[in-house]
Ligand binder design. Structure first.
Ligand code: ZN
Length: 357
């Protein structure tokens, strides 16, 4: 009897805890003006066109010094492969070196070379554009999101000059499934990946057979084929995380490529099917959170696995970070957004572990 009473209370709580109200933006966003500085070198002027001063995380965005995706590059209506990194950062306790403040009407400039992360040696005409949702920060925590849009920039590329630009990511020699010299981290990662695998299985089953309302909350549709696609990607993640000796990805337990910094938990190099953990993964994240939509090791790794095309193709992108931004995406975007999978898996896990058995 005691158990039954407790479960009922937990279930009622769980119903509320995983459906946070979404506050709408008060500001209208950022304008990104793209121009060609010199062949493959681009300039972006990012201006606050809203009515309020804003502070946003610039990781994975303009102002990030790492080879992150700042623009999409198209040739003959097809997007060219991006060979840089996706950084995954903490949603709370973000340090000031990871965010930028723009007063209303104020702008920042960023210059970057698209040839460092895109194969452009054949040259010719390309189209560049950029849009999405950038996370807003308040008191060091992600508090919402801000939409940004760029102009469509049509340019001509000198292929020979482009071929002389060094690629940002150099291949490493070591190739095994989990690559780790530190035994403690290796053990902790192995434990976390076991949780990732079972979490992904729970979420795959929920996507296939579970609540249509919950699926709609995250993926904005109840269409059967979308549910199958989501389930198939989550099944693939469960298989990948469940095998420490084979699989498509290489998982480094420490910063093998040198792109960790103060607020970064992990990053993925999708074109190489490489995932890398930063020190914060171990020191900041619990293995598995019991709180709704909070970060932990299991869902962070799940998020990273969905980026890797070797796990399930095409790999996801970072279109909306955190619950509020992720649930503001369209259905088509949500299916391609890494954090939507992590949030859905967390939400389903919280719900199912709160249910009476
Ligand atoms: Zn990501």
């Amino acid at each position: 009897m005691r158990f039954s009473t407790f479960s009922t209370v937990a279930l009622v709580f769980a119903r509320h805890v995983c459906t946070l109200p979404t506050e709408k933006d008060k500001v209208s966003g950022l304008d990104v003006a793209l121009s060609q500085a010199n062949n493959t070198r681009m300039k972006a002027v990012v201006k606050n066109i809203g009515q309020e001063d804003v502070t946003f995380v610039h990781l994975n965005f303009f102002g990030d010094k790492a080879p992150v995706k700042k623009v999409s590059v198209y040739q003959n209506n097809t997007e060219l492969a991006f060979s840089g990194i996706n950084r995954h950062f903490r949603l709370q306790g973000i340090t000031p070196d990871s965010f930028t403040t723009l007063k209303t009407g104020e702008a920042i400039e960023d210059e970057f070379d698209i040839a460092t992360t895109t194969e452009l040696s054949s040259g010719g005409s390309v189209l560049l554009k950029s849009s999405g949702l950038v996370p807003l920060v308040s008191n060091g925590a992600v508090s919402g999101y801000l939409p940004y849009h760029s102009n469509d920039l049509n340019i001509k590329i000198d292929g020979l000059k482009a071929s002389q630009v060094a690629k940002a990511i150099k291949p490493l020699q070591r190739r095994t499934k989990v690559t780790c010299d530190n035994q403690r981290m290796k053990n902790e990662l192995t434990d976390a990946l076991r949780k990732t695998s079972s979490l992904a299985s729970v979420a795959a089953n929920a996507a296939r057979y579970g609540s249509a309302d919950k699926f709609r909350e995250y993926f904005k549709t109840t269409d059967g084929s979308v549910r199958q696609t989501v389930a198939a990607r989550l099944d693939a993640v469960a298989r990948e995380a469940g095998s420490s000796t084979s699989g498509a990805t290489t998982y480094y337990c420490t910063d093998a490529y040198g792109y960790c910094e103060s607020s970064v938990l992990a990053y993925t190099i999708p074109i190489r099917d490489v995932i890398v953990n930063c020190e914060l993964y171990y020191s900041y994240l619990p293995e598995l959170t019991s709180n709704c939509h909070e970060q932990d090791r299991a869902t962070t790794s799940l998020h990273e696995f969905t980026h890797a095309p070797g796990v399930y193709s095409p790999g996801t992108q970072d279109l909306g970070y955190g619950y509020e931004a992720a649930t503001a995406l369209s259905s088509q975007e949500a299916v391609m957004n890494a954090d939507t999978y992590a949030l859905y898996a967390n939400g389903e896990f919280q719900r199912q572990t709160s249910m009476p058995s």
